[in-house]
Design a protein around this ligand. Structure first.
Ligand code: NIG
Ligand code: FE
Length: 431
């Protein structure tokens, strides 16, 4: 008698389990450890992995209620996208045209464009509209292989509008197969009504928004809630960043920080000091702060879609982070200003060219390390018995192809918690 399981994926040509390193992210020279098994199978029951092993052995042991024949293809853990600004209304295609004609992101921001333009459009949208506009982006993320996605607020910038974005995220999380990790980013920009009075807005965040968000969390969000700050010239300075993060930590929120996207204000060092889960962007991070990150548990999240989206040539010095022993992850930064990209495959393609990661390192940075960047490394990011049954059958024979090729979706079947959540109609029949 065979054991009955919900899902058996067999005839896997190459299975990458992408294991954690001593119960943590892959660091330094361990980055890119793939846990390769050839001719493999994997069994999932009640949403979790119950067995991984040789194809012959598992087919002998298990009978799947659903069986997927991978026909010799590559299988990896579901990708994890640890930094997105998923929820917004409208677009900024006109600003893209201005940038192509030579204007810089900061010039557009200083002239009243940028984030606050999207804030205006987002404030005018009701909950329904926000869900309707954001859901196709989340669906695209899933279709390209992401099974867990971090989502930030940050286009509301008033207490009721930020709460509306939190409600949108909670609704998407409950309605959609993708699991959402949630971040409050009230400190994304200074809203127009506080023009010239950033400190006044910081007071509002600390005195009104954070207490309201904490109250909302108690009722609507049992998981971790992160607090993030955009620490950058034109957004929030180091003192303001510290005030907000310390207040959030006082409420038991976990921390993430946008640092060094364009210039360094010392935000990375501050984030490490405060025990942030991640520091994100890290393009302009000085060497001594890279060393401080490497000596900490803070995950460094590189976002190569952003310089690419801005047409810039300066990318995070990822090799310096890896050589120092830091835990490096990668993410899309999906947002309407700098990087409207839902696709982590493209982030892997960029990471191999411009961050100089190997294809194996890019895959680990997009899975196990990305999972640690959202505090979920014990549940997702690798294929291990007991973890969630989140996996992708790719329409390629080996992991190198995920970075080597670009420009078309290589995901064939995406499985979330043991259930088929996406199946590419163009890529043969495996069901
Ligand atoms: O990560 N840096 C701040 N936030 C986004 C840009 C958001 C926008 O332009 O709308 C980023 O690049
Ligand atoms: Fe961002």
């Amino acid at each position: 008698m065979k054991d009955q399981v919900d899902l058996l994926v067999h005839s896997i040509g190459q299975l990458c389990t992408v294991p954690s390193q001593n119960g943590g992210p892959q660091r330094g020279s361990a980055l890119g450890t793939l846990g390769l098994i050839e001719n493999a199978a994997i069994a999932v029951h009640e949403g979790r992995v119950v067995a991984i092993g040789s194809d012959i052995e598992l087919r002998d042991r298990f009978e799947g209620a659903t069986t997927l024949n991978a026909e010799g293809r590559l299988v990896t853990p579901g990708l994890v996208d640890p930094h997105t600004h998923l929820i917004w209304a409208g677009d900024r295609a006109d600003e893209f045209e201005q940038r192509v004609a030579g204007a810089t992101y900061q010039q557009i921001m200083a002239a009243g464009g940028g984030i606050v333009r999207t804030v205006q459009a987002t404030r005018q949208a009701d909950l329904n509209t926000l869900v309707e506009q954001s859901k196709p982006r989340l669906a695209a993320m899933l279709a390209h292989g992401s099974t867990s996605v971090e989502v930030k607020t940050g286009y509301g910038l008033s207490t009721p509008h930020e709460l509306a974005l939190l409600n949108t995220a909670a609704l998407l999380d409950s309605e959609h197969p993708v699991d959402i990790a949630l971040t409050f980013l009230g400190a994304h920009a200074v809203p127009p009504e506080f023009n010239g009075n950033a400190d006044g807005y910081v007071d509002l965040i600390i005195d009104e928004m954070l207490p309201a968000v904490v109250e909302w969390r108690a009722e609507h969000w049992p998981g971790t809630l992160f607090c993030d700050v955009f620490c950058e010239t034109g957004a929030f300075n180091l003192d303001q960043t510290r005030r907000i993060l310390e207040a959030a930590a006082g409420y038991g929120m976990a921390l993430k920080v946008h640092v060094d996207e364009f210039e360094s204000l010392g935000g990375a060092r501050l984030a490490v000091e405060l025990g942030a889960v991640s520091v994100d962007h890290i393009v302009a991070t000085p060497d001594d702060e890279i060393d401080a990150i490497a000596a900490s548990n803070t995950v460094a999240v590189a976002l190569p879609s952003t310089p690419f989206g801005l047409g810039q040539t300066r990318y995070a010095n990822a090799r310096r982070f890896i050589d120092a022993g830091a835990a490096l992850a990668i993410a899309t930064d999906c947002n309407p200003g700098t990087a409207w990209n839902e696709n982590m495959q493209f982030v892997m393609a960029l990471s191999t060219r411009y961050l100089h990661l190997t294809p194996a390192e890019a895959l680990a940075a997009a899975t196990i390390n990305a999972a640690y960047a959202i505090g979920r490394g014990d549940e997702v990011g690798s294929l291990e018995v007991g973890k969630l049954g989140d996996l992708v059958i790719w329409d390629v024979p080996a992991y190198q192809h995920l970075s080597y090729r670009f420009g078309r979706n290589l995901a064939q079947v995406v499985v979330k918690r043991g259930k088929i959540a996406f199946h590419a109609w163009w890529a043969g029949v495996v069901l």
